[in-house]
Design a protein around this ligand. Structure first.
Ligand code: ADP
Length: 413
C-alpha cells in the first residue's frame, strides 16, 4: 500500500510517501518513496523534495493555501521526476495525517469520518495553532484524491490517554476539569510510541516487559515514562508548554509569574503566554538562539556565559525529570534519547546522564560519541544496570503503518 503521510502546519506542509504492508511492517522493510517540505504557503512557496534517489530538489511556486500545496505535491509524487514509480493519483492508496489534539476522544489512530473531523474541530479550542491546519490538510487531501481514498488521523495526544488520573489531573478545583477539560493531555505521543516500539525491536523485549523513559529532545522537548508499552506520565501538559526547557519554550514555571510579568512589563496575559512559548527556553536564557547546535558552538568558540547557562538549565531540567520518573516507576530498564538534540548531541546526553552511577548507569564515552546522524544503539557501559540508548524517532513511519493497519482492517485487504 502506498501511503501519503501529511503533517500540515500554519505555513508549512511536510509529507512522505511510504510503501508499506503487513509483511513489510513485520520485517521492518517499509520503503520511503519520497519526502519533502513545502514552506511559506500563502506566498512564493519554497518546496524541497527528495524522491527515491534521496537527492534534494528545490522548487518555487505560488501556493496560496494548503489545498494548493497538496495539489502540487500529489502532482509531483506522480511525476517522473519523483522517481516514486507512481504514475497516477490512483496509485496513492491512503492518507495518514498527523493531528495534534484528539482530546479525550481518541486513545488511538482512527479512520477519518465526518464525526472524526467534527471532534478535531471541537479540539481547536485546545490547540488553536495546530488543529485548524491539520483539518485543512484533511480537507485538501479529500479534495485532491477524492472521497474513495481512505484517510486516517494519528494524534499526538492519543498515546498519553493511558495516563492514570493522578498523573493527568492538575491539583486545581476538580470541576474545572469536568467543565472545561483542564487536564494534562501530553504531546509528542507518536514520537514516544515510535521510539518505544523500535526499542522493543532492537532489544527483543516483549511489550509487557518494557519499562523505559523516553526523552524526545528537538525544538520541542518532552519526557515520557513508559511501562508495559503504555505511557504512564509525560512532561507536557494541557499544552506543549509544560515540562522540559525547550528551544524557545520555558517549560515548567510558577503560574504566579504570569500575572507578575504582565503587570511589570505592561503586557496582556496572551502576550505573556506568547513570551513563554516563543522568547524563552534556550533562546530566552542565552539571548542568542533557540538552536542547540549553534549554542554549543557559541559556548565552545566564545566561551559565552549565557550560552553555557542555557545548556546547563536544559540538562538540569531533563535530569530532574528522569529522577522523578525513576522514582514514579520504581526504576526503569533504559533511558532512550530521540529528536534532533537527542540523536545528534552526545555532549548533551552525557551532561544529562552525568552522575547517574547511583542508579546503575554509566555512559560509555566512545559509544556515546559514535551515536549521531541517525545511528541507533546503546551507549551505557556493559555493566550498567540502567541502560542508555539512542533510538531515532520516525513519526512518519508510524503514521504510515497505523494508516495501513487501519485501512487494511476496515477493507479486509
Ligand atoms: P523538531 O522538534 O522541530 O522536529 P528536531 O527534532 O529537528 O526539531 O530538533 C531540532 C534541534 O536539534 C535543534 O535545537 C538543533 O540545533 C538540534 N540539533 C540538530 N543537530 C544537532 C547537532 N549535531 N548537535 C546539537 N544539536 C543538534
Amino acid at each position: 500500500m502506498h501511503v501519503l503521510v501529511l503533517n500540515a502546519g500554519s505555513a508549512t506542509l511536510k509529507f512522505q510517501v511510504v510503501h508499506t504492508d503487513a509483511d513489510r511492517i513485520a520485517s521492518n522493510t517499509d520503503q520511503k518513496l519520497a519526502r519533502g517540505t513545502i514552506e511559506r504557503i500563502g506566498g512564493e512557496s519554497v518546496i524541497t523534495v527528495r524522491g527515491s534517489d534521496g537527492v534534494a530538489r528545490r522548487h518555487v511556486a505560488p501556493l496560496r493555501d494548503v489545498r494548493a500545496a497538496v495539489e502540487w505535491l500529489v502532482a509531483w509524487c506522480t511525476s517522473a521526476e519523483s522517481g516514486t514509480g507512481l504514475t497516477s493519483r490512483a496509485d496513492l492508496h491512503a492518507v495518514g495525517h498527523r493531528v495534534v489534539h484528539g482530546g479525550e476522544s481518541f486513545a488511538r489512530s482512527v479512520r477519518i469520518t465526518p464525526e472524526v473531523t467534527r471532534v478535531i474541530e471541537e479540539m481547536i479550542e485546545f490547540a488553536p495553532l495546530h488543529n485548524p491546519h491539520n483539518l485543512a490538510g484533511i480537507h485538501a487531501a479529500q479534495r485532491a484524491l477524492g472521497d474513495g481514498v481512505p484517510q486516517v488521523a494519528v494524534f499526538d495526544t492519543a498515546f498519553h490517554q493511558t495516563l492514570p488520573e493522578h498523573a493527568y489531573l492538575y491539583a486545581i478545583p476538580y470541576p474545572l476539569y469536568r467543565r472545561h477539560g483542564v487536564r494534562r493531555y501530553g504531546f509528542h505521543g507518536t514520537s514516544h510510541r515510535s521510539v518505544a516500539y523500535r526499542y522493543r525491536g532492537l532489544t527483543g523485549k516483549d511489550k509487557g516487559d518494557v519499562r523505559i523513559i523516553t526523552l524526545h529532545l528537538g525544538n520541542g522537548c518532552s519526557a515520557c515514562a513508559i511501562v508495559g508499552g503504555e505511557s504512564i506520565d509525560t512532561s507536557m501538559g494541557f499544552t506543549p508548554l509544560e515540562g522540559l526547557v525547550m528551544g524557545s519554550r520555558s517549560g515548567d514555571i510558577d503560574p504566579a509569574v504570569l500575572d507578575y510579568i504582565a503587570t511589570k512589563e505592561g503586557l496582556s496575559l496572551p502576550q505573556v503566554e506568547a513570551l513563554l512559548n516563543t522568547q524563552s527556553g534556550l533562546l530566552g536564557i542565552s539571548g542568542l538562539t533557540n538552536d542547540m547546535r549553534d549554542l554549543l558552538a557559541e559556548a565552545d568558540e566564545h566561551d559565552d556565559r549565557r550560552a553555557k547557562l542555557a545548556i546547563q538549565l536544559f540538562c538540569w531540567r531533563a535530569r530532574k525529570y528522569i529522577g522523578a520518573y525513576l522514582a514514579a516507576m520504581g526504576g526503569a530498564d533504559a533511558i532512550v534519547f530521540a529528536g534532533g538534540i537527542g540523536e545528534n548531541a552526545p555532549r548533551i546526553r552525557a551532561e544529562i546522564l552525568a552522575d547517574f552511577a547511583w542508579a546503575g548507569l554509566r555512559v560509555d564515552a566512545v559509544r556515546n560519541a559514535a551515536l549521531i546522524g541517525g545511528a541507533e544503539g546503546r551507549f551505557s557501559t556493559e555493566d550498567s544496570r540502567l541502560e542508555a540508548w539512542v533510538v531515532p524517532t520516525d513519526e512518519e513511519l508510524l503514521i504510515a503503518r497505523d494508516t495501513c493497519r487501519i485501512v487494511s482492517a476496515s477493507t479486509g485487504a
